[in-house]
Design a protein around this ligand. Structure first.
Ligand SMILES: [Zn+2]
Length: 273
């Protein structure tokens, strides 16, 4: 009961507010990254993609390298099936590593002539592969969480004051972290910091295209001006249709009324006599 009232008050306060609230730049980045994948698109679990799932072999051994070579190929093939914009953002996250890798490659005589160089070549490539996979997994997880949060924001009353079914950190165990001054801190986590304190009901999905967006104004229902215009158009068409229906009903009633009155006048024609 108390919670219900709390929720109602919150909603009331919010409806009064048309105050603009800007999105945190880091969150805006996450939203834009998320929106490179269409809202209804299911991203695959990488474990479903790979044929050999578990591999216990000494890191750096020839079998180990072979295994990751295979996984890298499967992953890259899958990545190519995803939207271009997403692919570009994914590759951008490893650009520094790739530049270093290319620099190293140029400094080498010839990769094919030397087994040791060949080995190092693959170790470096696998490192980049692992980073890409890590980013893919994090992206997938964050995307799911943001959609969950937007859903929570739509049903605020149910959740106010409660623990949400949304994890903030990827790690289950939080290790102590020592800062530059030798003080114990929580592990810095960019994602947690990004979400901490945000007003959940401003994180929404567009009523037209279902993409995520941040409502800097409380009454925003769409991701863009174009989609807002579409909704306004739809609403105005709807209200015109309703008006037409009401008018035609009214006109019919009026006509019938006239007919009755006309008949009535006919029968009561001698009223004035
Ligand atoms: Zn939209």
């Amino acid at each position: 009961m108390n919670k219900q009232r709390q929720g109602k008050e919150l909603r009331l306060a919010n409806s009064r507010k048309r105050v603009k609230c800007a999105c945190k730049p880091a969150l805006q980045e996450l939203i834009e990254f998320t929106n490179t994948i269409p809202p209804t698109f299911q991203l695959k679990n990488l474990t479903d993609l790979y044929e050999r799932k578990l591999f216990l072999s000494k890191p750096g051994s020839p079998e180990w390298i072979d295994f990751y070579k295979g996984q890298d190929e499967v992953f890259r093939t899958y990545l190519k099936t995803l939207p271009q914009e997403f692919q570009e953002l994914m590759h951008a996250t490893t650009i520094k590593q790739i530049e270093e890798f290319n620099g190293w490659l140029r400094s080498m005589p010839s990769a094919s002539e030397n087994a040791e160089v060949e080995n190092q070549y693959w170790l470096k490539r696998i490192e980049i592969h692992k980073k890409l996979v890590d980013i893919y997994e994090r992206f997938k997880w964050i995307r799911e969480n943001l959609y969950k949060l937007a859903e929570v924001g739509e049903n605020l009353e149910e959740h106010v004051g409660k623990q949400l079914d949304v994890a903030l950190g990827v790690l289950f165990v939080e290790y102590a972290y020592l800062d530059d001054n030798g003080r114990i801190r929580r592990q810095p986590d960019k994602y947690t910091e990004t979400l901490e304190g945000i007003e959940i009901s401003r994180l929404r999905t567009c009523v037209v295209c279902k993409k995520l967006f941040w409502a800097n104004r409380k009454d925003k229902k769409c991701c863009s001006e174009m989609h807002s215009a579409l909704i306004r158009q739809r609403q105005s068409r709807e209200s015109k249709r309703e008006k037409r229906e009401v008018y035609s009903k009214f006109a019919k009633r009026k006509k019938r009324g006239r007919e009755i009155t006309a008949n009535g006048t006919g029968s009561k024609g001698h009223k004035g006599d």
